[in-house]
Design a protein around this ligand. Structure first.
Ligand code: IMP
Ligand code: MG
Length: 174
């Protein structure tokens, strides 16, 4: 099976929106340090672009979780593949994710992080597919709400491909 990629959000649109969200976050956390928790691998491009534009002190950590399932669907069973290097107790934690789909991964992750007693815990996502939500998740910062399509680029993959595209594209299976 082969696939083609149709542009949904151009590089310029994505960059402009990330700058806006970064401005909003910088204002909301004024006078504080924010601890970004990047959800690997998909969140890595967005985390870097966001972090570069924040005007407050930033620290970074990385976590990798997997939800078992096929290439295009998550099953709801979440496993920590790589945990954070440092504790988050007393820190202003902002989880940075590529996309929220069913909400299962983030619901699990936020509950897990909450139990480690951060000073605050918020969620920032590049993309949200609200129509697909199965588990309720409070999203504090959303760059784009998108329709129920499978997308790639800016960190998002299809079978580990296309993460490096500088734009968001819809996968069309031929
Ligand atoms: P959730 O647990 O269903 O919310 O799934 C979240 C994870 O599924 C994301 O972090 C992605 O890794 C993956 N995912 C969901 N939708 C897409 C998509 O359209 N393209 C690529 N990956 C996706
Ligand atoms: Mg993924």
């Amino acid at each position: 099976m082969s696939e083609t990629i149709r542009v949904l959000l151009s590089e310029e649109e994505v960059d402009k929106r990330i700058a806006e969200i970064a401005g909003q976050i910088s204002g909301d956390y004024k006078g504080e340090q924010v601890h970004l928790v990047c959800v690997l691998k998909g969140g890595v491009f967005f985390t870097c672009e966001l972090a570069k534009r924040l005007e407050i002190p930033v620290s970074l950590d990385f976590m990798s979780v997997s939800s078992y399932g096929s290439d295009t669907k998550s099953s709801g069973v979440v496993k920590i593949i790589k945990d954070l290097d440092e504790g988050i107790e007393g820190k202003h934690v902002l989880v940075v994710e590529d996309i929220i789909d069913s909400g299962r991964t983030l619901s699990y992750l936020l509950d897990n992080l909450k139990s480690r007693n951060p000073k605050s815990l918020r969620l920032c996502t590049l993309l949200d597919k609200p129509q697909r939500r199965v588990v309720d998740v409070k999203v504090d910062y959303t760059c784009f709400c998108i329709p129920d399509e499978f997308v790639v680029g800016y960190g998002l993959d299809y079978a580990q491909k296309y993460r490096n595209l500088p734009y968001i594209g819809i996968v069309e299976f031929d």
